[in-house]
Design a protein around this ligand. Structure first.
Ligand SMILES: Cc1ncc(COP(=O)(O)O)c(C=O)c1O
Length: 367
């Protein structure tokens, strides 16, 4: 008899993510600008790049990531034992699912959203149920609709992406905290990967950590180091303990720990980046509106653009060296997701859109 894996794993599909593939690079050329990933276009803090050069990789990393937890605790105004760093916030999603979900449990996701929540829950053997926001309402969830879904489905775990990917819609932290208080039997895993990009966005961590809330933060988006992998969970220590138990030792490597501490100390790099990103967003949204593009409101550093023939648009923009995300893998046909990059790069995208529109106009005239 061959050795069989756990049967439920056969049903878990691989996730689709943004990011330029080798094929995109060969179509888009050497100077391809990647608007399909949502990270800080100004790159990592120079202090982080410097810090990794001095790491001694002949030694194991600190298994408790003490310096990093202390630096995160200071930034988030929580104690260091309310912080659990991980190999990207993705690891924390899977650890939360592993720690709190078992076969037959229900996990609720608020879609359309980041596909890894469903994967994490399914890998843990849980059943995934999706409450879906309506296109008519611009894909905005409100506290009332979320409360109804939570009340009807009574999930053991609810994954909430705030602001949501791919829609960029943000639900005020106050509303999410009220939901958590109303549904104490559900663990709320609140993914705030893109919260640093939201103007005046509030974290669910404050004013104090709630008994059934685990907040996830990523350092790969604002810190622009997705290749290094670094994120963390914030929760009451008792809630984090099972995640810590399930986490492999040395999950956060020495380079990531050093880069994380240096990034947190270099507040100036982030302050300059976020101001420039807000300016570039204002410009890009305004310029695309002026070209007649239909954009959905977004609170984040990316937004949805409703088009006819998303695949065709993606390909046409790629030939002009601009890569955007076709949202069909989110189950959303007819939408592109565009990330805000530096102002000159945004100008290049606007030029590319103008060019594609002109080509379409020419074709139309020739018909
Ligand atoms: C909403 C959301 N959360 C988490 C992640 C993963 O972040 P990390 O690189 O910290 O694992 C992504 C990556 O695309 C994301 O879009």
């Amino acid at each position: 008899m061959p050795v069989e894996p756990n049967g439920h794993l056969l049903w878990v599909a691989p996730a689709v993510h943004g990011g330029a593939t080798d094929r995109d690079r060969s179509s888009g050329g050497e100077a391809l600008v990647d608007f399909s990933v949502n990270s800080n276009p100004y790159g990592p803090s120079p202090a982080a790049l410097d810090a990794v050069r001095y790491v001694d990789i002949t030694r194991y990393p600190d298994p408790d990531a003490t310096a990093l937890r202390e630096a995160i605790g200071m930034k988030e105004r929580v104690s260091a034992d309310a912080v659990l760093p991980g190999n990207g916030s993705l690891e924390m999603m899977f650890l939360a699912a592993h720690a709190y979900l078992a076969a037959g449990d229900k996990a609720l996701v608020f879609g359309p959203t980041f596909g890894e929540y469903a994967r994490a829950a399914m890998v843990a053997g849980a059943e995934v149920v999706e409450a879906t926001a309506s296109p008519a309402g611009g894909y905005q969830f409100d506290g009332h609709a979320m409360n109804t879904a939570l009340g009807t489905l009574a999930p053991r775990v609810a994954f909430i992406c705030n602001p949501n990917n791919p829609t960029g819609r943000y639900v005020p932290a106050e509303a999410l905290r009220a939901l958590a208080a109303r549904h104490p039997q559900t663990l709320f895993v609140i993914d705030e990967a893109y919260l640093p990009f939201v103007d005046r966005g509030e974290s669910c961590v404050r004013p104090e950590l709630l008994a059934n809330v685990v907040v996830l933060r990523s350092m790969t988006k604002d810190g622009a180091m997705p290749g290094l992998r670094l994120g963390y969970a914030l929760a009451r220590p008792g809630l984090l303990d099972p995640l810590r138990t399930a986490q492999p030792t040395w999950s956060v490597n020495a380079l990531a720990q050093a880069a994380g501490v240096a990034t947190l100390r270099d507040t100036g790099h982030w302050a300059r980046s976020i101001m420039a990103i807000h300016d570039a967003k204002r410009y890009l949204v305004g310029a695309l509106h002026d070209l007649g593009c239909v954009l959905l409101p977004s609170d984040a550093n990316y937004f949805l653009w409703q088009v006819r023939g998303a695949r065709g648009w993606r390909q046409a923009l790629l030939t002009r060296g601009c890569l955007v995300r076709d949202c069909s893998s989110f189950g959303m046909r007819g939408y592109l997701r565009v990330s805000v990059r530096t102002s000159p790069e945004c100008e290049r995208l606007v030029e590319a859109v103008r060019w594609v529109q002109a080509q379409a106009g020419l074709e139309h005239e020739q018909r």
